[in-house]
Ligand binder design. Structure first.
Ligand code: NAD
Length: 500
């Protein structure tokens, strides 16, 4: 039996009030306790006493146990479902504003904690997250109208969504997911990567505080503050978690798919780039440097190996150097392979990156083999002996790009397809030949396919369309939007309601 104390009583009364409030047409219940705040309407900020009350009563999404987090998220979800779309949008906007206004501090905190990637890009990714995050306006509704009346198809929330986030972009992934999921009327329970747990919990606290002050609902975004594989498993198995969304490598995708629940999986990638003899070499090189070096190659969609046809191979290597990348000899590529890539014990598995060099700066990686890389350089590159080279087969997540010389275009595509490992994630081509673009698109069968641009353009970064840090390539939903996190619901009125 839990010991009855003042805090427990306040928490219970708060939960009861949040249930009762569901019938209050969008009004917010008074906070319980000696610093009780007055009732506020949507769009109004509560009195200053609310903040003080919050400090004594609210959890702001910080939870040590999965059971408590899921229960709090369930209560919050029941509250938001009875609010208007405009109020959901207010919650989304508060998250966006925090990501933009505090990008500098939060990005630096993420860099300090995770110690991977490029500091300036850590900051930029938070602003990108805010701009990526679709809101309620993205929710689709369909209507059928005819002699038999009107049928409406709407996108409804699942309820509580359990999410697992990666260390490569801990807070950006949580922020975009939170906006898209709340826009759709859900609440979130997040098991962050242990390497990015502090920034995830801190971000969630800021988001919840802001939402609570404006709307009076706490815990729409709950974070497990000491996440483990066991707590992830508890989320997968919890009866009140309605949907699972994972962003990460092969292990977490396999675990989510075994959970017995509907799972949306944004899994690993190993994106190849193919360059044929018709390509604009200088443009191709600039694009490859931009995409492959972003945040030190931590993005799942970044170019991770290049296949170039023999007739233009040497020109392409010169263009890469002209675009600011640092060329390594084949011997230096071998030296780096020995220290940066782990060979698998089981030959049916792929080689993996040595964690010590994941997301490291090119200067740090070069120094490991005695090289002094200029500070302005963002990418190392060099020729490797074959398409089966460990640097080609591994998802290296570091700014070192292996180049493979290919007999012709068909061979380049064949090698690219093999290196992508069937992840169906991302592929890039530089070519002016429509036939080549079409052929490669069909062969690769990837979720994102970028032509004559950096890989990031396929995710809204310099190309048309929206973006996200969760690209559900493994289960096929693609770049996640609020609709991704909804259930189809239909409502039919028979023989009536038409006005024409
Ligand atoms: P990771 O797979 O090591 O961890 C991802 C998350 O899964 C973490 O929270 C981790 O704690 C958890 N996890 C790992 N194994 C688990 C298991 N067996 N059960 C439950 N949870 C488990 O990956 P990472 O290093 O954090 O991120 C990099 C990987 O994520 C790369 O493979 C990258 O391609 C992928 N990624 C994909 C996308 C996408 O949108 N498709 C986006 C970002 C990252």
């Amino acid at each position: 039996m839990p010991q009855v104390n003042e805090q427990l009583v306040r928490d219970m009364v708060q939960k009861v009030l949040q249930h009762v409030q569901s019938g209050w047409g969008g009004r917010v219940p008074p906070t319980v306790g000696k610093n009780a705040s007055p009732i506020v309407s949507a769009g109004q900020t509560s009195q200053s006493s609310a903040g003080m009350a919050a400090q004594t009563c609210q959890r702001f999404g910080q939870f040590g146990s999965v059971a408590e987090a899921v229960e709090a998220a369930r209560v919050a979800q029941r509250a938001i479902v009875h609010r208007s779309l405009a109020q959901r949008e207010i919650a989304c906007d508060l998250i966006r504003q925090i990501c933009i206004n505090q990008a500098d501090m939060l990005g630096r905190m993420e860099m300090e904690e995770t110690k991977i990637g490029h500091a300036a890009h850590k900051v930029e990714k938070l602003s990108i997250a805010a701009n990526c995050a679709n809101g309620t306006k993205a929710l689709r509704t369909e209507c059928f109208s005819g002699d038999h009346g009107i049928t409406l198809e709407e996108r409804g929330p699942w309820g509580v969504i359990g999410i697992i986030t990666p260390v490569t972009h801990s807070l950006p992934t949580l922020a975009v997911n939170a906006v898209n999921m709340i826009a759709a009327g859900n609440a979130v329970v997040c098991n962050p990567h242990p390497g990015g747990k502090k920034i995830a919990a801190h971000g969630a606290k800021l988001f919840n505080q802001a939402i609570y002050e404006k709307l009076g609902i706490d815990n729409l975004i709950c974070v497990i503050t000491e996440p483990t594989i066991e707590s992830a498993d508890q989320i997968f198995k919890h009866p009140d978690v309605d949907l699972i969304v994972v962003t990460g490598g092969p292990a977490v995708v396999a675990a989510a798919l075994k959970s017995g629940k509907r799972a949306i999986c944004a899994g690993p990638g190993n994106p190849p780039v193919v360059v044929d003899d018709s390509a604009d070499m200088d443009n191709a090189a600039r694009c490859i440097v931009e995409g492959s070096s972003y945040d030190n190659n931590l993005l799942c969609l970044s170019e991770k190996e290049a296949f170039v046809v023999d007739s233009v191979f040497d020109r392409m290597m010169d263009a890469m150097a002209k675009a600011g990348a640092y060329r390594l000899t084949t011997q230096q590529m071998e030296e780096l392979t020995r220290i940066c890539i782990n060979l698998p014990k089981d030959p049916s598995h792929h080689p993996t990156a040595n964690k010590k060099f994941i997301g490291a700066e090119p200067q740090t990686i070069g120094a490991a083999i005695g090289l002094t890389i200029p500070a302005s350089c963002r990418l190392l590159f060099g020729e490797v002996s074959s398409n089966m080279h460990p640097f080609v087969q591994a998802e290296q997540m570091m700014p070192v790009l292996p180049f493979v010389r290919c007999r012709d275009f068909e061979q380049a595509v064949e090698f690219a397809k093999q290196a992508e490992h069937g992840f169906r994630h991302t592929a890039v081509i530089h070519s002016k030949l429509v036939d080549h673009m079409t052929y490669m698109g069909k062969e690769m069968n990837t979720t994102l396919y970028i032509k004559n641009g950096p890989s990031t353009a396929g995710n809204g970064g310099g190309g048309e369309g929206y973006g996200n840090f969760s690209i559900a390539c493994s289960t096929g939903e693609g770049i996640a939007t609020p609709n991704t996190y909804t259930r189809f619901r239909r409502c039919t009125m028979v023989d009536n309601l038409r006005i024409v």
